[in-house]
Design a protein around this ligand. Structure first.
Ligand code: NAP
Length: 284
């Protein structure tokens, strides 16, 4: 039996659909914070169990009987470590066979602030003694979706990633990788550095956006401080603006680049191309 946490989220839903396609008949449990929002998953034949990282007493029952648990990192950035600790302790008590954790690309050496909670979670998992698989996921190309309307309106995609190449992939690519390691007899206590096949600069992204939209969009590189100020000016909350500024600055130094192609080897197909990703983001 496989348990997927955070299953109402965008990645979780994709993983569950992929699991069902790969392994019909496999018992799958969707652990969700709000079962009333999981009727679509229930209609697929998945068992729904309530589990909230902030309510540790809910977690062990949600994981009971699992051969493997996919622990999808919480979206509560800055507050995740106690949440993940509660999930790992519950997994230990429930006697789960293995924990698969969605970490961050190069979490042990990444310059991104985001890496800290991920690497600390990896350390807790290793220390727990539960066999593990770390899926160190790179950037989602979908992260750029929210920037497209203003880029098209103003003819400018802003950022502070310089000429850093970013090896993004689609959520669906990362979801497929999770489904693969959850369903096959995978080696345990391993780390997968997962990223798109080809790294692209934000200038290349803007060029592709121009080509497909028919509107001229150029990439405007800014100082990190100015970029964060621009995001705040556009109404983004400070923690998110800081996170995006920090992540772009990390990307400028190669922090989101990887050329190992482990993701496409794992899923048995190329990761999403720049052309297909931009087309999907434009809804064309
Ligand atoms: N690599 C990247 O570029 C990138 C980008 C974005 C996110 N991420 C990470 O990847 C994770 C999955 O991404 P996603 O796109 O699926 O994010 P998402 O759509 O925001 O889903 C996050 C899920 O976590 C659940 N959650 C939040 N707090 C919880 C709690 N206290 N207890 C139980 N569940 C809780 C949410 O539940 P509700 O549905 O009840 O709100 C939601 O279903 C994120 O959480 C984040 O850690 C990575």
């Amino acid at each position: 039996m496989i348990v997927v946490t955070g299953a109402n989220g965008q990645l979780g839903k994709l993983v569950i659909k992929d699991l069902l396609a790969r392994s019909p008949g496999q018992k799958i449990v969707a652990m969700v914070r709000s079962p009333e929002k999981a009727s679509d998953l229930a209609s697929l034949g998945v068992e729904i169990r309530m589990g909230n990282y902030d309510r540790p007493e809910t977690l062990e029952p949600a994981m009971r009987g699992a051969k493997k648990v996919l622990l999808i990192s919480s979206s509560a950035i800055g507050h995740r470590l106690p949440q993940h600790r509660a999930a790992i302790e519950a997994a230990t008590r429930a006697g789960v066979g293995a924990l698969v954790y969605t970490s961050l690309l190069h979490a042990d050496r990444s310059p991104l602030n985001l890496a800290e909670e991920h690497f600390a979670t990896e350390t807790l998992i290793r220390d727990s003694g539960i066999p593990y698989i770390f899926l160190r996921n790179g950037w989602y190309v979908e992260n750029y979706g929210g920037f497209i309307p203003s880029a098209l309106e103003h003819g400018a995609l802003i950022g502070c990633a310089g000429n850093g190449r970013i090896s993004w992939a689609a959520r669906a690519d990362y979801a497929a990788a999770a489904a693969v390691v959850l369903t096959r007899e995978s080696p345990l206590n391993v780390i997968h550095e997962l990223a798109g096949d080809t790294g692209h600069t934000l200038s290349e992204f803007a060029e592709e956006l121009s080509r497909q939209s028919g509107k001229q969009v150029r990439y405007v590189n800014m100082e990190k401080k100015a970029y964060i100020a621009a995001l705040l000016g556009a109404g983004l909350p400070k923690p998110l603006a800081d996170l995006l500024g920090d992540s772009d600055a990390g990307a400028a130094g190669g922090g989101l680049f990887d050329e190992g192609r482990e993701l496409s080897r794992l899923i048995g197909r190329p990761t999403v191309s720049l052309k297909a990703a931009v087309s999907a983001l434009l809804g064309t």
